[in-house]
Each structure stands twice: as structure tokens, then as C-alpha cells.
Design a protein around this ligand. Sequence first.
Ligand SMILES: Nc1ncnc2c1ncn2[C@@H]1O[C@H](COP(=O)(O)OP(=O)(O)OP(=O)(O)O)[C@@H](O)[C@H]1O
Ligand SMILES: [Mg+2]
Length: 380
Amino acid sequence: MAGPIGPVVGVIGAGQLARMTQQAAIALGVELRVLANSPDESAARVIADVRLGDYRDLATLRDFAKGCDAITFDHEHVPTEHIRALAGDGFAVHPGADALVHAQDKAVMRERLTAIGAPCPPWRRIATVADVEEFAGENGWPVVLKAVRGGYDGRGVWVCRSAQEAAEVLATGVPLMAEAFVPFERELAVLVARSPHGQGVSYPVVETVQRDGICVEVLAPAPGLDAEEAAQAQRIALRIAHELGVTGLLAVEMFATASGLVVNELAMRPHNSGHWTIDGARTSQFEQHLRAVLDLPLGSPSMSAPVVVMANLLGGDDPDLFSRYEHVMAHDPGIKVHFYGKEVRPGRKIGHVTAFGDDLDEVRARARHAAVYLSEGVYT
Ligand SMILES: Nc1ncnc2c1ncn2[C@@H]1O[C@H](COP(=O)(O)OP(=O)(O)OP(=O)(O)O)[C@@H](O)[C@H]1O
Ligand SMILES: [Mg+2]
């Protein structure tokens, strides 16, 4: 194969985020290279330049990075010290280790957000049941215990109602922190992008709906959010991106409570709460991330319809998703279907659908119909 025609962006990890980034890379003439664990992974199936290897091995990462104009990530699990080593070699790694550690380690994130005055729930690093009891004495039960590193889709989050429940979680031996249980009204997310030269852009604030710890639905913009609170959420997210020196995308998950906004956690890559932007914004989050990591001017985050709803497809019992396209597409020609080319397993995120229009209830019902039918083959 001849050499690359455009800039080369190396993505460590080959899941659905890298796969969807490829769509944006095609339009921009950017060449993506992915580091995959296996040729069967979601992104490895659609990208020409696939390298196989272990992202925990520095020599593999160094070899992978050679010839890349920028390096970025599909997940948060690359050891922080390896990211630092790659930057030390002169590679342009976005986000850098000093920023990314705040998305890798929830205790480091809480320390930093507290220091810059971003709104957080009461929290503490804990090691023993006595620590949890002391924390509960000050903040009440339930106490939310969280794995400091490595959690996702709610795995690594335990709502404990007693010292006994906390003891069971502590017995697993994973490093933990405690947070006060936030009685939130709903969950919001703000997606911003920041480029190495410091330009920042914010997408509209969205509402995320979770079931069993997994995001199932995203409503854009967050229904009924008043303009002042929306602007405040965007200011908090842009400020975090600036203070932490984030380069690329930053998703800030927040709780909306009766007494204001509280930050839940951070992600520094394309995020499930931003999948709606592929069909529903002028610039998709995937294009925005590529622009940011290549230090290009950022694109418009404005919406292409008044209301956009994204619903995740979770695997059901019947693996043949494709056989259900006909009904969904005939039922609603306006629905956009995104399938990640992953093996269908019950409960696994395998794709999403997007609907857009003028009326929230109508758009939401359409997205839900398509998602439920594609996942389960029935609509009840
Ligand atoms: N302090 C809290 N109080 C109440 N609910 C909480 C608290 N922290 C987390 N939750 C609930 O648990 C969910 C998962 O928490 P969190 O986002 O920290 O975990 P995660 O597994 O890293 O998530 P993700 O899937 O976004 O990576 C939140 O979306 C929220 O519904
Ligand atoms: Mg989360």
C-alpha cells in the first residue's frame, strides 16, 4: 500500500468509538490506525491499518505510535506512565497523561475538582469499614462506594445501605472511595472539545437516562432545562477542560439536584452521551475529536433539529439484528440505525438509533420503538 495521503491518527483500542471515528476520518481524509486486541473487534473490521497488540505493553505502544501525527484513545485503560513515556518520545498524545489521569482515577478526579471549586458531592478515600462508618456518620446512609479505577457501565459502583453491605464490597479488595448518595432529579451530560491551542466548544447540555447503570437514552437538548442552568453546566465543563489541560473531547456527567448541579465523573474521548451528534449536530463528536487532536479549528456544535433522541441498542436473545431492519426502516423512514458490528450478547451495547424532529414525546417514542424492536424483536 502507498503511504498515507492525509495525517495519521493512531487510536489505542478498537471498540465502537474508534469504529465511529472512522466515518469522520473518511470525510476529512484522515487516516486512522488502531491498536486492537483481535481482528474481530468493532473498529478492526472497518479500518485498513490495524495493528494487533497489548495496550499495556510500552514497546508495543512505541511501535504503534511511529508515523502517527497524533495519538488518542478508545478507552481509558492505557497505563498513565506509558502515556507519559510516549509524550516524552515526542509523540503528540491527546489527551496527555496529566489530563487523562482524571478520567482514569476517580479519587484523583475528585481531589482536583474540589481544588478548582467544581461542585462535587462529599467524598473521601476509604480503606476500612470504620472509614465508611465514619463517613456515613457525617453524611448519612446510603454511601456510594466506587472503584477508584477501572469501572464502567456502573460496574465498580455500589450503593451501600449499611456497614455490612460496605464490608462485602471492601472484601473484594479493589481500591475504593466513598461518595455521599446524591438524591438527583435527573442526570445531565455536557460534551466539550478543547484543542491544544486552547480553543473550546460546548455542545448543548443533554439528559441521560440510565437503567441498571447503563445509559439507555439521551435527550438533546435536556428537556425543560432553563437557559441559565444550561449555561452554567457548559461553563463548568469548559472550565474543567481548561484547568485540566484536556485536549480532545471531555464529557462531564452531572447530577441535577434541587440545590443545583453536581459533577459525577469525567470521560476524555467520544462518549455515549454524544452519539446523537452523528445525525443531530453540524459536527459529530467524532469529527470534533479528530479536529481537536490534530489542533484544527473546531466545528459548529449546533443542532440540526430542535429535538434529537438517541436510544442505545442492547443485545437481546436473538443475535440476528439485521433481520429486524426491514420492519424498523419501513415503520419509520426518519430513523437512523447504527450497528457496531459486534457479536450480540444479552445486555451488551451493540448499537444505537437516532430520531429527530420538533416534538420531544413524538421523537422519543419513535427512538424507543426502533431500539426496543431491534433489540427484542417485539414492541410492547
Ligand atoms: N454519588 C452518587 N449518588 C447517587 N447515584 C450515583 C452516585 N454516583 C454514581 N451514581 C449512579 O451510578 C451511575 C454510575 O456511576 P459512574 O458514572 O460514576 O460509574 P461508571 O461505571 O464509571 O459509569 P460509566 O458507565 O459512565 O463509565 C451514575 O450514572 C448514577 O446513576
Ligand atoms: Mg458514568
